[in-house]
Structure formats: C-alpha cells, structure tokens
Design a protein around this ligand. Sequence first.
Ligand code: THU
Length: 139
Amino acid sequence: MLEQEIIKRLITAALDAREKSYAPYSSFMVGAAVYTENGQIYSGCNVENSSYGAANCAERTAIYKAVSEGHRNIKAVAVVAGMKFEKTVYTSPCGICRQVIAEFGDDDTYIIMAVSPDEYKIVTLNELLPYSFDFNSYK
Ligand code: THU
C-alpha cells in the first residue's frame, strides 16, 4: 500500500500542476502526478489545441515527463480535475491514458482520484483496465 505521506504529496503536486492547465476549449482543468519506482514525482497538466484531437491529457503529460527523464516504472498516478472556477470532482483517467499507464505500470499501479489532499479514492489499474492489451506478451 502507498504511504499516506506519498499520497498527499502526489495530490498536492497534481493540484499545483492543475494551475498550469491549458484548457481554453473545454475549460476542464486537470492536473496529474506520477510516483516512480525510485520515489520521484513528476507532474503535468492537460494541454489542449485548437485542433481538438491534438489535446494531451494531464496523466500522459506527467507520464511522458517521467519517461523522458528515464523513469519507466510507475507505481501510482494521482489526478485532480474540475471546471475552471469550480470545485474539483472525482475524475478517472480516459481510455487512452489507462493504456499508457499500463505501458509503464502494472496491474497493481495505484490510481488516486482526488478532490483534495484529504478526499480521494484509490483503485488499481487492473480495476480500471482489466484484460489490457500487452504486445510484449506475444513476443
Ligand atoms: N482530460 C485529462 O487531462 N485527463 C482526464 O482524465 C480526462 C480528460 C482532459 C482532456 C481535455 O483537455 C479535457 O480534459 C476535456 O476532455
């Protein structure tokens, strides 16, 4: 299980990252933070585009930051989201992000859906993405 202190640090990092959200089209501001195997935290926000399909979710921004710094094993992901100027709401990662978490995590990777450092729900990736596709298993 994750220590309380780590959970709170991840949620705080996700809340800070959410402040940087670039969401002029949806106004849905999202922040995420990932906890790597060696205990580092990387955070990110959603980054939208006038060509809507080019948007990148906060979870993937955070994961790609970790991977591009050499950290490929993800133990936990925290996500906080909500409409601009409104309270945050429990939000679970989209399908594409679940697949990306599967690439760098495992069945037991924790997904922390938070509204504040004291209010959160934790599930595992296996609960969100059972029977996930893993090309490595065919090699
Ligand atoms: N979004 C995320 O960043 N993460 C999620 O888990 C759900 C959706 C973003 C994508 C887009 O910028 C906005 O939220 C509305 O879909």
